[in-house]
Design a protein around this ligand. Structure first.
Ligand code: UDP
Ligand code: MG
Length: 318
């Protein structure tokens, strides 16, 4: 069998405390896979330094000198996890047959890499790493994450439950992903729209073994917000629905106030006031909703995403 080349892409932001350990564990995994003839000998680890202000890049350079697997990309400034990941993947895409993205802190079990590679040879273009349990995460992180997945689902965003950015992608899946032109990246929502045969591998998420999380609550909330607003125009639809509901309510109010007026138990002025409040709010919301629909359409067009992904063409030679 012709062995394929694997690239492991690791975004790093201020990860000086973890890089040595990460490298030794990933080296072990690559050594094993090469020994078992599962991947090509020129497979590699690609560290992407996301504008760290600490020693991260120096360590990556040292590791590159000392370890035949280690390669590095240095970004000029901090662009955030998702962008750093895309930077790494686009540097790797022409130099690998498959790429696995994984965090530098090894919270994701490196032993799942082998299973991913096996599934790749079975014909999967995308293999998601899915966390089986989150016992090591705090209660707070677990509940917020759960709420987040349910919210995304209700907004109609296709995403894999309990999957973060630990996944394998084949070269052709990567090429397709890199055709997505949007700036607000939410990779775990974008990847499922690519298509192709996919599968999941399950693992237990460990604790970060050194350093602290680079995703404080503030960043998490803005990431969640990005996730929804980059994928869904449902919030805009909701304004339109509210407008319609308000108009329906205003009709019932109309019946009610007219009834009160003719019964003679309405204060002068109340009837017209009640009516105009509901009717006008209804009209305003409806108008906003209509404008929103157009903005939503423009938004979808501006993203300029590929409309399809041809998996295979069958054609006879001329
Ligand atoms: N990261 C990055 N740029 C950033 C923030 C984070 O490249 O601006 C990397 C970080 O080095 C790590 C990964 O993204 O490899 C995930 O971050 P972290 O482990 O801090 O997030 P958590 O697991 O706590 O959600
Ligand atoms: Mg982490």
């Amino acid at each position: 069998m012709n062995k394929h080349r694997l690239a492991i892409v690791v975004p790093c932001y201020k990860e000086e405390l973890v890089l040595h350990e990460t490298t030794s564990r990933l080296t072990q995994v690559l050594d094993d896979l090469v020994r078992d003839d599962l991947i090509a000998t020129n497979s590699y680890i690609l560290y992407v330094n996301d504008g760290s202000t600490d020693n991260t890049w120096n360590i990556i350079s040292e590791l590159h000198e000392a370890n035949k697997y280690v390669n590095g990309v240095n970004l000029a400034g901090n662009v955030g996890h998702q962008n750093a990941l895309v930077a790494g993947l686009s540097s790797a895409v022409e130099n690998c047959d498959m790429a696995i993205s994984i965090d530098a802190d090894l919270q994701d079990d490196v032993n799942a890499i082998r299973e991913m590679v096996v599934k790749y040879y079975e014909g999967c273009d995308i293999v998601y790493g899915v966390r089986q349990s989150r016992q090591t995460d705090t209660w707070f992180k677990r509940t917020t994450a759960l709420g987040f997945y349910s919210l995304m689902k209700s907004m109609g965003v296709k995403s894999v439950y309990n999957h973060a950015d630990y996944r394998l992608m084949s070269q052709r899946a990567l090429r397709q992903l890199l055709r997505y032109r949007e700036r607000n990246l939410f990779l775990r929502g974008m990847v499922p729209t690519i298509g192709y045969k996919t599968d999941c591998v399950y693992y237990d998420r460990a604790e970060r073994f050194a350093g602290e999380s680079k995703y404080p609550l503030k960043k998490m909330i803005s990431f969640a917000f990005d996730g929804i607003t980059s994928f869904s125009v449902k919030p805009v639809h909701m304004v339109l629905y509210f407008g319609i509901v308000f108009l329906i309510v205003s009709f019932s109010i109309f019946c009610f106030v007219m009834y009160s007026l003719f019964r003679g138990n309405a204060v002068p002025g109340w009837t017209s006031l009640m009516l105009s409040v509901w009717f006008c709010s209804g009209c305003i919301l409806l108008g906003l909703g209509v404008v929103g629909e157009y903005v939503g359409k423009i938004y979808v067009e501006v993203k300029d995403r590929p409309r399809f992904n041809i998996e295979r063409v069958l054609m006879h030679e001329e």
